[in-house]
Design a protein around this ligand. Structure first.
Ligand code: MN
Length: 709
C-alpha cells in the first residue's frame, strides 16, 4: 500500500465508508422482520419482487443443468447467469444469494460516483453524493434487500459508463477507449434495453466533438469503438470487434485510418440493423394504434393488460421530487447545484442523459426516476462542499459538511424505515408450492393467474400458461375464463388451452422460416380452438363448451393453483374473459364484493360501502336497494383444520349470495355467475365435480386440484 498516493488512499477509504453505509441501511428491513417467520423459506427471507422469480428459475436451471424446451426458463439471460455463477462459487444458500445480490451489487454505485468525483479533484463531493445516491428514495426501493431484479446493476453500469466517458474526454488516455467499450458490452449483456441510454451518450459526445473539439483524433476513436460495441450483432462478435479495433488504435501508424474505422463502424451499424430497436420503439410512440390483425383471422378483440394498470397520468411534483432526492427541498437544491456544478465543470454535462431519462418519469411513469438519483446527488453534494469551502477553520468545514449531509440523508433513511414491503408470497403459500414440486412432473402445467406464474415455476418447477412477462389479453383470456366460469366449461378450457399452447410451441419450431420470411400468422389459442371445432364465431364455440365435445388428447397433467389472496383481484381476473371477443364489447360486470371490515348490530351486518345484510329477513341492501338473497353460506375450519360449510337457501328465485368465510374473517357478496365460478366453488367452498377434479393439496392459504379430463 506504500506506493498508493494519498489521494488514492482517501478515495478507497471513502468508497469503503459509502459502500458499508449503503449495505447497513439495506439491512434495516432485514432486522425489522428478523423474527417474522411468514417471510421465510428454507430459514432465509424470500424475495419481495415478483420478477425476481423469473431470474431465479433461470439460475436454478443453469445450476442443475436441467432445462426443457419451451419451459420459458431464462437460462440465457445475464441476471440468471450471474446468479448461477455466484451460487456456484459462494458458500451460501441459493435463497441467500438472491436475497443479498441487490444489497451488494446495488451498493456498487458508490464506486463510479467516487471515481467521477476524483476527476473533479473533490473527493468530499464524491463521498456526500455517494452516501445520498446509494440510499436515495427510488434507488433504494429498486435495489433494497430482496429486490432481486436487473435494477441492481441498471444504474451502476451507466454510472461506470459516465465515469469512463468523462475520463476519456478529460485525459485522452487509450485505456478509457477500451473501458468505455467494455462497459457498453457488459451493460447491453445485462440489460438489452440499454441501447437508448448508450445512444444518448453517443449523441452527446458527437455533439461535443462537432462543436468544440473537431480536430482531436482521439474523439473519433472513442466514437468508433463505442459504435462497434453498440452494433446489432451478437455480444461475442462485438467483443472481438472492440478488441480488434483497440489493437489497431494502439499502432500509431494506423492513426490516419481512424476516419475509415469510424465510417466502417457506422456502416456496420446500419447494415446489422442496429437502428431497428430504436426505430421500432419510435414507431411504438408515434403510431400507437398500428396493431393490425391478420386478414384470414377472426379479428378477435382482447382485453389489454394496459387497461388494468393505472394510467401513468400526472405524477404529483412532490412525489417525483421525493423519489429522486428524498425531499422537495433537496431536489430543488440538487437541480440548482447541478447547474452550478456543470457551469464550473462542463464535463459533468455528460450526465444529462441520465437526468433526462429520470425526468421521463413525468410522462413515462415513476419507474424512470432512479436514473436521475446519482447525477442529481452530485448537485446538492457540490453545493455542500462549496459552502464548506467558505468556512474559516477545518473543524467548521467538517461540521458543516456533516450537518448538511445528515440533513439530506435523513428523509431518505426515514423512508427506508417506513418502507416495510412484504415478500411476494408468504411461507404457507410457498409450502404448498414446494410440496407440489414433488407431486407434479416438470412437463405438467399449473393453471393460475399471471401474478403467480414466476413463483409457481420457481418453487414447483412446472410449466405455466401465463406469467409476469406473458400476459397479453389473448393468453390471459383462457385462464381468466377457467377461473371465473363453471366447472365443466373451465375443465374443458384448461385441457384445450394447455394442449394448444404446446401445439403452438411445436408449430412455431417447425415453421421458423415460414414465420420469419412469409410473415406467417400465429393465431391465438382461442381462435385456433374456435376454427378447429368448426365455428367462425367464438361465442358459439364458448357456448359449445357446455355440451359434449371431443377434447384433444391428454399429454400431461394439469393442476389448478387457487390461493386465498386471489380473492382481492377476482374482479380484475374476470375482466379478461368478460369481453365479447367478436366485437370488443365489455359485458356487464359481475357482482363481487369482498370485505374484512364488518360489524354486526343486532340483526344487521354492516359490510361497509352502504351494504347491509339483514339476517332476519334474509335481504341485502346494495345501492339503497333492498333485495332478497338466494344463499347464505358459512365456511369454517375447526381446531384440527377440517374444513366445513353450511349452505342455507333463503330464496331460490333470488340471485345474490352471501358467503361468510368465518376462519378468514371475510364476507363475500356475489351474484350467481360468480358463485358458480371455478374459483369460488373449488377454493372458497371446496365444492367440486369428482369426475372433473381431484384434491391434491388443501390448505387455508392455497388449494391445489388436479384435472381429471
Ligand atoms: Mn422447468
Amino acid at each position: 500500500m506504500g506506493t498508493l498516493t494519498r489521494e488514492t488512499k482517501v478515495t478507497l477509504l471513502y468508497i469503503a465508508i459509502a459502500f458499508l453505509f449503503s449495505v447497513a441501511v439495506r439491512m434495516i428491513w432485514f432486522y425489522q422482520f428478523a423474527d417474522y417467520e411468514l417471510f421465510k423459506f428454507n430459514s432465509q427471507f424470500m424475495i419481495n419482487t415478483n420478477d425476481g422469480y423469473y431470474w431465479a428459475e433461470g439460475a436454478r436451471d443453469i445450476l442443475s443443468g436441467l432445462s426443457q424446451e419451451n419451459d420459458l426458463s431464462p437460462i440465457t439471460t445475464a441476471a440468471s447467469q450471474l446468479t448461477a455463477f455466484f451460487a456456484f462459487i459462494l458458500p451460501l444458500s441459493f435463497e441467500s444469494i438472491i436475497l443479498f445480490m441487490p444489497v451488494v451489487l446495488g451498493s456498487l454505485v458508490v464506486v463510479p460516483i467516487m471515481l467521477i468525483a476524483k476527476s473533479l479533484d473533490n473527493l468530499e463531493l464524491g463521498l456526500v453524493a455517494a452516501l445520498l445516491a446509494s440510499i436515495g428514495w427510488s434507488y433504494y426501493n429498486r435495489t433494497m434487500i430482496g429486490y432481486y431484479d436487473t435494477d441492481m446493476l441498471n444504474i451502476v453500469l451507466p454510472m461506470f459508463l459516465l465515469w469512463s466517458i468523462i475520463w476519456a474526454i478529460k485525459t485522452n488516455e487509450d485505456k478509457y477507449l477500451l473501458i468505455t467499450a467494455l462497459d457498453i458490452l457488459i451493460y447491453r449483456w445485462w440489460y438489452p434495453q440499454s441501447y437508448s441510454l448508450e445512444f444518448s451518450f453517443f449523441g452527446l459526445i458527437l455533439l461535443y466533438v462537432l462543436i468544440w473539439d473537431r480536430k482531436n483524433i482521439y474523439n473519433y476513436k472513442l466514437l468508433a469503438i463505442m459504435m462497434f460495441a453498440m452494433i446489432g450483432l451478437e455480444g461475442y462478435i462485438r467483443a472481438v470487434l472492440v478488441l480488434g479495433v483497440f489493437y489497431i488504435y494502439k499502432q500509431k501508424q494506423f492513426d490516419k485510418y481512424v476516419y475509415y474505422v469510424l465510417a466502417l463502424s457506422i456502416a456496420l451499424f446500419f447494415a446489422s440493423g442496429g437502428f431497428n430497436p430504436i426505430w421500432s420503439q419510435l414507431k411504438g410512440y408515434v403510431f400507437k394504434d398500428a396493431v393490425t390483425v391478420g386478414k384470414e383471422g377472426l379479428n378477435l378483440h382482447f382485453y389489454s393488460v394496459m387497461q388494468t394498470i393505472r394510467e401513468a397520468g400526472h405524477i404529483p411534483f412532490e412525489m417525483f421530487a421525493n423519489r429522486i432526492s428524498g425531499h422537495v427541498v433537496t431536489f430543488v437544491v440538487s437541480v440548482g447545484g447541478f447547474i452550478y456544478l456543470a457551469y464550473r465543470h462542463k464535463i459533468m454535462l455528460f450526465g444529462l442523459p441520465l437526468i433526462g431519462l429520470g425526468f421521463l418519469a413525468y410522462v413515462g411513469g415513476l419507474r424512470f426516476t432512479i436514473y436521475a438519483v446519482p447525477v442529481l446527488a452530485f448537485g446538492v453534494a457540490f453545493l455542500i462542499t462549496e459552502i464548506a469551502r467558505y468556512m474559516p477553520t477545518i473543524r467548521l468545514k467538517f461540521l458543516t459538511i456533516t450537518a448538511l449531509t445528515l440533513a439530506i440523508l435523513y428523509p431518505n433513511i426515514a423512508h427506508v424505515q417506513d418502507y416495510k414491503v412484504p415478500t411476494v408470497f408468504n411461507a404457507d403459500e410457498v409450502k404448498v408450492l414446494d410440496k407440489l414440486k414433488d407431486i407434479a412432473q416438470r412437463e405438467d402445467y399449473v393453471a393460475a393467474w399471471w401474478d403467480y406464474g414466476y413463483p409457481i415455476r420457481y418453487y414447483s418447477d412446472v410449466k405455466t400458461l401465463i406469467d409476469g412477462g406473458k400476459h397479453s389479453g389473448a393468453v390471459n383470456f383462457p385462464v381468466s375464463f377457467i377461473l371465473t366460469h363453471p366447472q365443466e366449461a373451465a375443465a374443458k378450457m384448461a385441457r384445450l388451452d394447455v394442449e394448444y399452447t404446446e401445439k403452438t410451441f411445436k408449430f412455431i419450431e417447425e415453421n421458423r422460416e415460414l414465420i420469419r420470411d412469409k410473415n406467417l400468422t400465429i393465431f391465438s389459442n382461442i381462435e385456433q380452438m374456435t376454427k378447429d371445432n368448426g365455428f367462425n364465431d367464438t361465442n358459439d364455440f364458448l357456448l359449445s363448451l357446455e355440451s359434449d365435445m371431443e377434447l384433444p388428447k391428454k399429454t400431461r397433467d394439469i393442476y389448478f393453483y387457487l390461493p386465498y389472496r386471489m380473492i382481492e383481484i377476482y374482479p380484475t381476473v374476470e375482466m379478461f374473459s368478460n369481453i365479447n371477443l367478436m366485437n370488443a364489447e365489455m359485458k356487464k360486470r359481475s357482482l363481487f364484493y369482498v370485505t374484512k371490515m364488518f360489524k354486526q348490530e343486532q340483526n344487521i351486518v354492516n359490510l361497509g360501502q352502504g351494504i347491509l345484510f339483514d339476517i332476519q329477513s334474509a335481504t341485502i341492501t346494495i345501492n339503497n336497494q333492498k333485495v332478497p338473497i338466494k344463499r347464505f353460506v358459512q365456511t369454517s375450519y375447526d381446531k384440527s383444520m377440517k374444513f366445513s360449510k353450511n349452505i342455507q337457501i333463503a330464496n331460490a328465485s333470488a340471485s345474490v349470495n352471501i358467503i361468510y368465510m368465518s376462519s378468514y374473517n371475510t364476507f363475500l357478496v356475489v351474484d350467481e355467475k360468480t358463485y358458480h365460478s371455478l374459483y369460488i366453488q373449488l377454493m372458497v367452498l371446496e365444492e367440486y365435480d369428482r369426475a372433473l377434479f381431484e384434491e391434491v393439496i388443501m390448505t387455508p392459504q392455497a388449494k391445489v386440484y388436479r384435472l381429471r379430463v
